[in-house]
Structures are given as C-alpha cells and as structure tokens.
Design a protein around this ligand. Sequence first.
Ligand SMILES: C[S@@+](CC[C@H](N)C(=O)[O-])C[C@H]1O[C@@H](n2cnc3c(N)ncnc32)[C@H](O)[C@@H]1O
Length: 212
Amino acid sequence: MSTEEHTEQHPEQQDKQKDWDQRYRNDDTPWDSGLPSAELRRVLAEQNIAPCRVLEIGCGTGSSAIYLAGQGFTVTAIDISPTAIETARARATEAGVEVNIVVTHIGGYESPAEPFDFIFDRGAFHCIRKVYLQGLLVLLKRVTHPGTRYLTLTGNSDELSTDNMPRLRAADLCSDLEELFKIDQLRAFYFEDAPDLRGPLGWSCLMTRRGG
Ligand SMILES: C[S@@+](CC[C@H](N)C(=O)[O-])C[C@H]1O[C@@H](n2cnc3c(N)ncnc32)[C@H](O)[C@@H]1O
C-alpha cells in the first residue's frame, strides 16, 4: 500500500479538518456503514464501468475505495481527516489491496499528471460545496479529462427526517455541476446506514465530463 501526506493547508480548511477529525475520533460518524456503497456497485454494474483509474473524494474509512481496488480499479482515495485515513489504511492492508490513500484537504491535493477516468464520492460533495464549491470545481476540472465519469451520492431535499445531513434539490446539482459535466442519470436512492438498514433519501448523480 502506498501512502502520501499533504499537511500544508489553506487556513480556511484547518478548522474543517479539526471538525471532521473530531467526529471520527469520537465515533460520531452515522454515515459510516462500514460497507461499500450499494449504489456505487449498482451503477458500476448497470453502466458497465470497467476497472480504470479512480479517485474517491472524502473516502472516510475507505469501504468503497477498498471495494473498488478489490474489483481491479487503480484507486486513489483522499480525505481531510487523519483519523479516518489511518483506519482506511489499516483496512486496506487487512484486505490485502493496493490503494493510494492520501490525507489532504481537496484544495491542497497534488494530483498526478495523468487524469482519472472515474471520480466517486459518497457524502463529500454535498458537504464541501457549502464551504468550498469553487475549490472543488477547480479540483474536478484538474483531475479529469473529457469523458471522465463522476458519480456523486448526495442528500436529497425530499428527505423528511430531521438529521443534519445536507439536502440538495436536483436544481442544486445542475447549477453546481452542469457547466463542467453532462448529467447522464439522476435518480433518488436510499443510503444504507448499516447492513440491511435503510438510511436517508439521497440523489445518485452520474455525469460525464464535458469537452474534447
Ligand atoms: C459524510 S462523510 C462521508 C465519508 C465516506 N465517503 C463515507 O461514505 O463513509 C464526508 C467526508 O468528507 C471528508 N471531507 C470533508 N471536507 C473535506 C475536504 N475539504 N477535503 C477532503 N475531505 C473532506 C470528511 O473528512 C468525511 O470523511
């Protein structure tokens, strides 16, 4: 397993790192099912997305990144929380898979020269857009090529429960992402909070990077 550290930070990101890391240290992570995303697996199968170079943004403790590596994808996974990343690295080692796991805020990520073919995030885009949308769009442009697919799983404004998960309208996804990506498929789905436990309603948004 290869590892990288990027500790130099934009000042506005330092507080965010402390907040996220504290949640992992306090085990206050209701989103962390410990399972690879079922919606990711469905999209990969339905869309015939073959193993390729993939970047997972905000990978948390690595469940989906490890699954992707096990399926033959060449995986880089990044997260701002050192505690989450430490767990992800241990789990990757235990699973015997190669994942390039990097502690970094998205603004400081030193991406490789070769762009990624597939980008995935589960619950990261919907958090980061609130504080750093422009930085996230710059990253997405930098790490992709025309034709790169991007699957984001976000909260859905039609969810009626009172938890604190960010909730987006379909229009929010369009206004944030449509300039850079063509939306191929937007559908409602349910997050899984634990094995066999239905979580909140979300959006599954599969896109293709424009241009070329
Ligand atoms: C709701 S959690 C989802 C984690 C993981 N994808 C999962 O499904 O278990 C959002 C993740 O994004 C990470 N994150 C938040 N802001 C970030 C940033 N600016 N750069 C990198 N990661 C960030 C957090 O540390 C956290 O692990």
